[in-house]
Write a new protein. Structure first.
Length: 112
């Protein structure tokens, strides 16, 4: 009976690790999306700078101000997503490290 309980506990521990790793993958996907959201306004702004000789800034300021505000918002959103993902990934790594300390068999399967 003791062997069965230890096998059940090991299975539960492995399931917990799998869940944490799935959450970590999700955070990595959020980071990737945040980087894409962060880079898009920078691309738009670089295109505006490259084509600036074709327009007068003060003649199209009514278009530029909303565009620049939208770009600033997207940069802020991208930075928020990346920072949030980094914090969550570090937390997941800490939880996995603690689980490896508690379970020596688990530490054989997971890399440092």
């Amino acid at each position: 009976m003791n062997v069965k309980n230890s096998k059940d506990e090991m299975g539960i521990t492995i399931n917990k690790v799998q869940l944490i790793l799935a959450e970590k993958r999700t955070s990595l996907a959020v980071m990737r999306a945040g980087i894409a959201v962060f880079v898009l306004p920078l691309s738009v702004l670089s295109a505006l700078v490259a084509t600036s000789k074709f327009y007068d800034f003060f003649k199209v300021i009514y278009l530029m101000i909303p565009l620049l505000l939208l770009c600033a918002g997207m940069i802020a959103l991208g930075a928020y997503l990346v920072i949030r993902a980094i914090v969550r990934i570090k937390r997941f790594d800490r939880v996995i490290k603690d689980m490896k300390k508690e379970n020596k068999v688990l530490s054989q399967f997971l890399c440092d």
